[in-house]
Design a protein around this ligand. Structure first.
Ligand SMILES: *Cc1c(COP(=O)(O)O)cnc(C)c1O
Length: 377
């Protein structure tokens, strides 16, 4: 039996990463100052077509900092999708505010704009939109709600570097946005993140709180007026980021191409459905995410995962919805409402291997195994 080992998602470091890291080491600029920090922030802001970017130590901290910049406080309510990773919700709790969950829409798996209004109270301050698996949220109705109720919007764009909504890049669709550069994201720095915004006030607040609330201008005294965080990225990590950004458009094309290949090889297989690309949107297909309909496919998601792992094909289940998280139940979130779409996704969804560097013959191998499995049922 032919066997491969295909990881679910590997980083792709095929450019100047090593060269720039060595340069950072050789010049002794290994902490949070240095030319790669400045270059990375500038290049990332340009890429997102926003005015400002400030690098941070990871994506979760980027969301925390973004929410802090928006002045989210204890007692505030923040609306967010039920179907996401816990990184979107925890920072709301760090600030003493309350996450309020909205179910996903069945087509794109993002927050359902139609479920938002009924969750708004006089305590609601902001909406966290999370662009799931590479597909932008449906922003037009969300912009409309945010205007009518005076709510701020923060994007959790951890999974959508370069995705577009009617020609506008993710990161440029709200008041402030957070990115992650964890190893499986389209651009990685190992660990890392970025906060981006067009607002002078919000970038100043982000830079201020990121660096222990040292005064932003004037003498760097050791007097601190506010409780700050230490969320700085290092110049060594930024060196990796600069090299990654040089090739970001290629990486996005590779991910899109991978998804097109899966879709082509599996187009006659019933019961396996990939995330679509809705009109006006550019999905970057961060993950080759699929939902299994076991009636049509013949076996369920868990059995499919087991079978694929026998061939060395690594897969991963979708996120567990926020309302099912004991941490958030204990924190006092309302977890009693119904979230049928989030439950359906969580019970039936998996990612197939998705790294940028995946080879055509690997995708072919995976799809062959899926087809053979279906034939043998
Ligand atoms: C990866 C990710 C994050 C942030 O991850 P870090 O590991 O903290 O960089 C946040 N939200 C979502 C939806 C993610 O997928």
């Amino acid at each position: 039996m032919k066997k491969m080992h295909i990881p679910v998602c590997e980083p792709f470091l095929a450019g100047n990463e090593k060269k720039y890291v060595v340069e950072a080491l050789d010049t002794n600029w290994i902490s949070s100052r240095g030319k790669f920090i400045d270059q990375f922030e500038k290049a990332f802001a340009d890429f997102c077509e926003v005015k400002y970017a400030t690098s941070v130590s990871n994506g979760t901290n980027a969301i925390h900092l973004g929410l802090k910049a928006l002045d989210i406080r204890p007692g505030d309510e923040v609306i967010m999708p039920d179907f996401t990773m816990i990184c979107s919700a925890l920072p709301v709790c760090y600030l003493g505010a309350k996450p309020v969950f909205v179910d996903a829409e069945a087509e794109t798996w993002n927050i359902d704009p139609e479920g938002i209004e009924e969750k708004i109270t006089d305590k609601t301050k902001a909406i966290v939109v999370v662009h799931i698996y590479g597909h932008p949220c449906d922003m037009k109705p969300i912009w409309d709600i945010s205007r009518r109720y005076n709510l701020l919007i923060i994007e959790d764009a951890a999974e959508t570097h370069g995705a577009e909504y009617f020609g506008k890049k993710c990161g440029n669709l709200g008041d402030i946005a957070a990115f992650s550069f964890f190893a499986n994201k389209v651009v990685t720095t190992g660990e890392g993140g970025m906060v981006v915004t067009n607002s002078d006030k919000l970038i100043d607040r982000s830079r201020y709180y990121k660096d222990l609330c040292f005064p932003l201008s004037g003498e760097r005294t050791y007097f601190h007026e506010d409780i700050g965080f230490q969320y700085r990225l290092s110049n060594v990590q930024a060196a990796i980021g600069v090299a990654q950004i040089e090739n970001i458009n290629d990486y996005i094309e590779m991910r899109r191409n991978n998804n097109a290949l899966y879709a082509e090889f599996l187009n006659d297989v019933e019961g396996i459905k990939f995330q679509p690309e809705r009109k006006g949107c550019r999905n970057i297909y961060w993950m080759n995410a699929a939902v299994i309909d076991d009636d049509k496919f013949g076996i369920n998601r868990d059995r499919l995962m087991e079978k694929l792992s026998e061939f060395g094909i690594q897969t991963r289940k979708f996120f567990v919805p926020m309302h099912k998280q004991p941490a958030l139940q204990k924190y006092g979130c309302d977890c009693s409402a119904e979230y049928p779409i989030a439950n359906w996704l969580s019970d039936n969804g998996l990612y197939l291997p998705s790294g940028s560097g995946l080879k055509v013959d690997q995708i072919e191998f995976i799809c062959e195994k899926i087809k053979a499995m279906k034939r043998s049922i």
